[in-house]
Design a protein around this ligand. Structure first.
Ligand SMILES: [Zn+2]
Length: 207
């Protein structure tokens, strides 16, 4: 089942990953400026549409790569204890408002057969899924699932703490409110003690 899904994804990825149409985004930004009653031609705004287009291209760059490519196991290790990488900075875009949400991603896993992953690769994996239109919940599970499928560890836990601009700047305006999401797979799911240990190590540092 998993293999089938992966195959389909592979096909669609090759078929449909158009480059970013910067001019099209810029046209849209110009319309936003007009819509709020601004003059897109005034001095300070003249380059804004192009700048915004380039920013969105960067913030969605993960759409145009395969996150699974970052999971390249370093085999031949003896390490079979829990690995925790904390405070990976993530910046993503909420798909409901196109507003940023930024925070920290913590990843814990228990290696199997000595397969571990370099810290920078973990960070790249998180970034690859963050750099696209997202929901924090989905971002969390996508990182966990990909790590679990590709590294084949005994267990994976991913925790993300993030502040959403669409919550802190508008609507209820809960400044500083953190949304915490987690995804737990394999051994972490089955063993409450291991899960509690990982969670304590993760939250202990961030307080
Ligand atoms: Zn939002």
């Amino acid at each position: 089942m998993t293999a089938k899904v992966t195959k389909l994804e592979g096909r669609s990825r090759r078929a449909a990953k158009p480059a970013v149409d910067l001019d099209r985004i810029a046209r849209g930004v110009r319309l936003i400026l007009e819509g709020i009653g601004e003059d897109p031609n005034r001095e300070g705004l003249r380059d804004t549409p192009q700048r915004v287009a380039e920013m969105y291209a960067e913030l969605t760059s993960g759409m145009r790569e395969d996150p699974r490519e970052h999971v390249v196991p370093l085999s031949g290790n003896k390490h079979d204890e829990m690995v925790i990488v904390k405070d990976i900075t993530i910046a993503s875009l909420c798909e409901h408002h196109l507003a940023p949400f930024v925070g920290k991603c913590h990843i814990a896993y228990i290696p199997k057969n000595g397969n571990i992953l370099g810290v920078s690769k973990l960070a790249r994996l998180a970034e690859s899924f963050a750099r696209r239109l997202q929901l924090q919940e989905r971002l969390t599970t996508e990182i966990a699932n990909t790590l679990f499928d590709r590294l084949r560890p005994l267990g994976v836990m991913v925790v993300i703490e993030a502040e959403h601009a669409c919550m802190t700047l508008r609507g209820v305006k809960k400044s500083g409110a953190m949304t915490v999401t987690s995804a737990v797979l394999g051994g972490f799911r089955k063993d409450p003690r291991t899960r509690a240990e990982a969670m304590a190590l993760i939250t202990g540092h961030t307080k």
